[in-house]
Ligand binder design. Structure first.
Ligand code: KG4
Ligand code: ZN
Length: 345
């Protein structure tokens, strides 16, 4: 096993995270300071508050990650940090901290793409997708992204399709808000749906026929809003659970059908599903069933590595470090950074 020790930093949205990874999958520490409570009362991430919270947390979080790993900066091989995509002010906190640390220690700095990090979380799992060599289809489903990629090799991504409006996680969060379930809503809907009947209400399966690989969730959100308006007193009890189950089924079905299409069309034998929405129990279940039926090897990282964390940044960082990628002191945060531009540097 490689003795490369990566210290990774993540601050692209509302989690300040740091981790230490030895080789591909030995996680020595994994620290996440979540800002969920801070943003909950606003029903979404407030960028200004997120930046300030990152500034407060970044130093203690990194120190905790080193302490928990039982290492010092002298043991670290390279420092990886998320450069984008994400909220520019939030990204700048982690990236600037990483730059200063790299400068003062002389350690190499490795900039990481957040989407590649989500996909790389799968490589911390054993066995890894494509056993580290074969191509795979990657579905990134998070609060900010819903994108389907053909990953021809680990550094080479071809975008097959993406959402034309809301991301899947955003749809879960907005719909939860409409039903008065608080923020973030994905996990609450997932829980309520477990006791509901997913066939109770018929919600649209958007873009199922219209586009081969693209997604759209805003029409589904409107259908849900119209449905909720039929209950002036608000949804509760069985109706609430049934609504959650039926809504979730519509989202999950579209994700699974399109992912399976991509697998079939490309002829690959491996599939990765990642990002916060990959925590969803019904998505995990349906994707597993669909892949098993077709003899496809599926890797969905454990839930902790699906939502934003720094272990995934370390995994992508290790891969990029070994490919010779280095960041200079003048690199900037990149709020919009498509995976395809990454190439196999
Ligand atoms: O990957 P992530 O932590 O942050 C982004 O990069 O966006 O994803 C957060 C998203 C939120 O929209 C949240 O509601 C959703 O993931 N999420 C879920 C579940 N757990 C988290 N959505 C559906 N079901 C879940 N169990
Ligand atoms: Zn993310």
């Amino acid at each position: 096993m490689s003795e490369t020790l990566i210290l990774a930093i993540e601050s692209s949205c509302d989690e300040t995270a740091a981790a230490v990874l030895r080789g591909q999958r030995e996680v020595l520490s994994d620290v996440v300071a979540s800002q969920v409570d801070l943003h909950a009362e606003y029903g979404g991430v407030v960028p200004e508050l997120a930046c300030r919270a990152h500034v407060e947390s970044i130093d203690p979080v990194v120190k905790e990650a080193l302490a928990k790993a039982g290492v010092t900066l002298n043991d670290i091989t390279a420092i990886a940090a998320t450069q984008g995509p994400g909220l520019v002010g939030a990204l700048l906190v982690g990236l600037s901290y990483a730059k200063a640390l790299a400068w003062s220690t002389g350690l190499p700095l490795v900039p990481v793409n957040h989407l590649e990090a989500h996909i790389s979380a799968a490589f911390v799992e054993d066995p890894a997708p494509g056993d580290n060599e074969r191509p795979f289809v990657g579905l990134v489903v998070s609060g900010g992204h819903t994108s389907l990629y053909l990953c021809e090799e680990r550094s080479k991504y071809k975008l097959l399709g993406q959402t034309l409006d809301d991301a899947a996680g955003e749809a879960f969060d907005k719909v939860a808000k409409i039903m008065g379930l608080g923020y973030p809503g994905g996990v609450v809907i997932d829980q309520l749906a477990k006791e509901g009947n997913r066939e109770s209400f018929e919600f649209p399966r958007p873009m199922m026929k219209k586009s081969r690989y693209d997604f759209s969730f805003s029409g589904l959100k409107t259908a849900l809003r119209t449905h909720v308006e039929r209950y002036p007193e608000g949804l509760s009890g069985e109706e609430l659970k049934d609504t959650c189950a039926s809504f979730q089924e519509a989202v999950v079905e579209v994700l699974v059908v399109k992912a399976m299409r991509a697998v079939k069309d490309s002829g690959v034998r491996d599939m990765v599903v990642c990002g916060g929405v990959a925590c969803n129990s019904r998505l995990r279940e349906m994707m597993a069933e669909a892949c098993e039926k077709r003899g496809i090897k599926l890797v969905i990282p454990r839930p902790r590595y699906c939502t934003d964390n720094a272990v995934m940044v370390a995994a992508a960082g290790l891969h990029r470090f070994e490919a010779g990628v280095r960041g200079t002191m003048d690199i900037q945060a990149v709020p919009t950074w498509p995976l395809e531009g990454l190439g196999g540097e």
